[in-house]
Design a protein around this ligand. Structure first.
Ligand code: ATP
Length: 324
C-alpha cells in the first residue's frame, strides 16, 4: 500500500530535520495531544527509530483547564501506543503576577520546562508542532498590528534546542495524517473560542482570503516571513556589532549611529532600550522614534522618559539608556 500523501507530507520534513543527529542520540517531541503535535510525534517515532534515535515525549500540564491532568494522561498513553521510548508529564504553574497575559505566561513557562525535561531525558533537540498555518496567522496578526520585520518574520524554524519541522506543512495535512493513521486527537476548546484574535484569524479571516485571492495565500504569507527572516538576520548582525561596542564604551557612539541608515538605528535603539530594562510590551515605535531624535534631530532636549522607568540621554558623545 502506498503512503498517504498527508502522512508523507508530515514525515518528509521530520526526516530532514533529524538527518544531522547520530544514532543513539535522543530527540524529544513536545505533544499537547492536538493534531499537529500528534502527527509530529507519529512521524518522529517512525523516522527517528528508522535512524536508531531514541524518541521521547514531553507533555505539559498547565493545570489551567478542568481535567487537564486527565488530558495529560491521555497524551502519555497515546504516545506510548505510538511507540515513543519514554514520556514525561511536566506540571507547570503559571505565575499570575508575571505581568504577561495568561497565554504568553503559559508559553514562556512551557518552553522553559520543555527544555529542562528534554535535558533530563538526554534529548539534544525538542520538536514543536507549529505548522505553516500557524506561521501565516502570525504574519497576518503582525500586519494587522502594524508590526515591523522582527514580528513579521514569524516563528523561526529553530532556536536553541527547539526545532519546528512542520513549519512548511499545512494543518489540513496534520489533521488528515492523524485520521488516516487512526490517531485520536484532542480538540482544544480554546481553538474554537472566537474571543481569541488568533482563532478568528484562523477560522474567519484566512478562509476569506483564500476564497477571494485564491489558494496559496497562507503559503505566500509564510514566504513573506521567510524573506523577512533573511533581511532581519542581516540587520541583527549589524546591530550586534554596534551594541557590543556600546557595552564596552558605556553607551552608543552618537556620531557613528547618527550616520547609520534608519532601519539600523531604530533596531539598535529598540534593543538598547530593552537591554536597559524597559519592558518589551510597553516599548512602542513612538518611544524608539523619540530616542532617535536625540541622534538625528537634537535640539538640546535633556532626556527622553521611557517605560521601566528608564531614561535616554546624550552624554559626552554617547547616547546612554539607563534607570530614570
Ligand atoms: N501542553 C503542551 N505540552 C507539550 N507541548 C505543547 C503543549 N502545548 C503546545 N505544545 C507544543 O507547541 C506546539 C504549538 O502549540 P500551540 O498551542 O500553538 O498549538 P496546539 O494547538 O497545541 O497544536 P497541536 O495541534 O500540536 O496541539 C505544539 O504543536 C506542541 O509541539
Amino acid at each position: 500500500m502506498s503512503l498517504h500523501p498527508s502522512v508523507a507530507a508530515v514525515r518528509l520534513p521530520v526526516r530532514a530535520g533529524l538527518a544531522d543527529l547520530d544514532a543513539a542520540e535522543a530527540v524529544a517531541v513536545a505533544c499537547s495531544g492536538g493534531p499537529d503535535s500528534v502527527a509530529l510525534a507519529s512521524a518522529a517515532v517512525f523516522e527517528g527509530h528508522k535512524r536508531g534515535l531514541r524518541v521521547v515525549g514531553v507533555t505539559v500540564d498547565h493545570g489551567l483547564q478542568d481535567g487537564s491532568a486527565d488530558q495529560a494522561d491521555r497524551v502519555v498513553r497515546l504516545l506510548a501506543a505510538l511507540g515513543v521510548d519514554e514520556t514525561l508529564t511536566a506540571r507547570v504553574a503559571v505565575d499570575p503576577g508575571s505581568g504577561m497575559g495568561p497565554e504568553a505566561a503559559a508559553r514562556e513557562a512551557r518552553y522553559a520546562v520543555l527544555e529542562q525535561v528534554a535535558t533530563h531525558l538526554g534529548a539534544v533537540r525538542v520538536l514543536l508542532g507549529h505548522t505553516l498555518d500557524d506561521q501565516a496567522e502570525t504574519v497576518l496578526l503582525g500586519l494587522a498590528r502594524g508590526s515591523g520585520g522582527r514580528s513579521l518574520r514569524g516563528m523561526r524554524p529553530g532556536f536553541g534546542v527547539f526545532a519546528r519541522p512542520l513549519l512548511g506543512v499545512r494543518r489540513d495535512d496534520t489533521v488528515t495524517a492523524c485520521q488516516v493513521e487512526g490517531l485520536e486527537v484532542w480538540d482544544d476548546p480554546h481553538n474554537h473560542d472566537p474571543g481569541y484574535t488568533r482563532v478568528r484569524v484562523r477560522r474567519r479571516v484566512l478562509p476569506v482570503l483564500e476564497d477571494e485571492l485564491g489558494p496559496g495565500v497562507a503559503e505566500a504569507l509564510a514566504r513573506t516571513a521567510e524573506q523577512l527572516r533573511d533581511d532581519t538576520a542581516l540587520l541583527e548582525e549589524l546591530a550586534d556589532g554596534l551594541l557590543d561596542r556600546a557595552r564596552r564604551e558605556g553607551g552608543l557612539d552618537v556620531a557613528t549611529l547618527a550616520g547609520a541608515p534608519p532601519a539600523l538605528r531604530h533596531r539598535v535603539l529598540h534593543r538598547a532600550v530593552l537591554e536597559a530594562g524597559s519592558p518589551a510590551a510597553e516599548v512602542t515605535r513612538g518611544h524608539v522614534l523619540e530616542v532617535d531624535r536625540l541622534l538625528v534631530d537634537w535640539r538640546g532636549q535633556r532626556w527622553i522618559d521611557l517605560p521601566g522607568p528608564r531614561r535616554a540621554a546624550r552624554r559626552d558623545g554617547l547616547l546612554v539608556v539607563g534607570p530614570a
